[in-house]
Design a binder for this molecule. Structure first.
Ligand code: NAD
Length: 267
């Protein structure tokens, strides 16, 4: 049986060239067939953003689809292969068809005042923010009021998303083998009157968070690159999703090596 491959790329010149080269390599190989619909393996060519958009395109089929990223810019967190390693990548796909690693995702439900709700899966994070005014929100953990938050907003991230927006707001880097979600504050107001914990919190697999919005007007809830904005949002519920994202593990870099490479190494 030929492995059904879907290819998603951004429109950078380098990615278009890599796409062309990959199509030629795959055409010569009896193990694969490139498909538009129902792929078993999705290869992305570009950066982390390209893999994030591929994830959202196939987030309803995570039990049958694996992902693999080729990066054409600087080192990505979800993109293992380099553009000049295509032949090696295709060879390893032939010899190691079913091997994969999986990482936790975030389950997000946005509840509206009128009773509607919307469900999402996030690979990096979801944030809740209010544009021009202070956001006031009650944070419940496992149905118990934890704190009343005042400030710009809150970020809830997955372990693989911990190196993305979460890190920019002072969150901890979490190894992706840990099944957890992280709650981090975005510019909280802390003084003698208003008080929040003031540090990021790591929440375990049997717990859930619900954020009730106490301010009128428009809020923005982001889910990776997507956003739900407008009025009428009552609360947002977060838990670690039952679904996981599966990556083809043909070339998996040591996580802390990747962190060092992205944030510390100077050469
Ligand atoms: P993008 O593709 O331009 O990504 C923005 C940057 O975030 C890129 O440098 C990308 O490599 C990096 N990135 C994405 N996921 C990462 C991860 N898991 N670990 C480390 N770095 C990661 O922009 P986009 O397509 O809009 O991607 C959306 C993501 O960008 C969001 O999920 C968010 O995490 C991130 N982002 C970060 C900031 C920030 O740090 N201030 C602001 C906006 C968006």
């Amino acid at each position: 049986m030929r492995l059904k491959i879907g290819i998603i790329h951004n429109n950078e010149a380098k990615s278009l060239k890599v796409h062309e080269d990959l199509l030629k390599l795959v055409a010569k190989n009896d193990n694969f067939t490139v498909v538009e619909h129902d792929p078993e393996l999705v290869i992305t060519i570009g950066g982390d953003g390209t893999l994030l958009s591929a994830f959202h395109r196939y987030s309803h089929k995570l039990d049958t689809v694996r992902f693999l990223g080729v990066h054409t810019g600087h080192l990505g967190f979800y993109t293992d292969w380099r553009d000049y390693e295509l032949e090696e990548m295709v060879d390893s796909l032939c010899s190691d068809r079913d091997k994969s690693v999986s990482y936790p995702l975030l389950d997000v439900v946005v509840n509206f005042e009128d009773g509607r709700h919307k469900h999402f899966l996030a690979m990096n994070e979801s944030t809740v923010r209010k544009g021009n005014r202070t956001m006031v929100a009650d944070v419940y953990i496992k149905d118990e009021l934890f704190e009343r938050f005042r400030g710009d907003g809150l970020s809830i991230s997955t372990p693989t998303g911990s190196t993305a927006y979460n890190k920019s707001v002072g969150g901890a880097v979490v190894h992706p083998s840990i099944s957890a979600m992280q709650l981090a504050e975005i510019a909280s107001l802390n003084n003698r009157v208003f008080r929040t914990l003031g540090s990021p919190s790591i929440i375990g697999p049997d717990e859930w968070i619900e954020i009730f919005l106490n301010t009128d007007g428009k809020h923005m809830v982001t889910i990776d690159q997507l956003d739900v904005s407008g009025g009428g949002i009552r609360s947002i519920q977060y838990k670690i999703a039952e679904e996981r994202i599966h990556f083809a593990s043909y070339k998996h870099m040591h996580f802390w090596h990747r962190v060092k490479d992205a944030f510390i190494r100077e050469d």
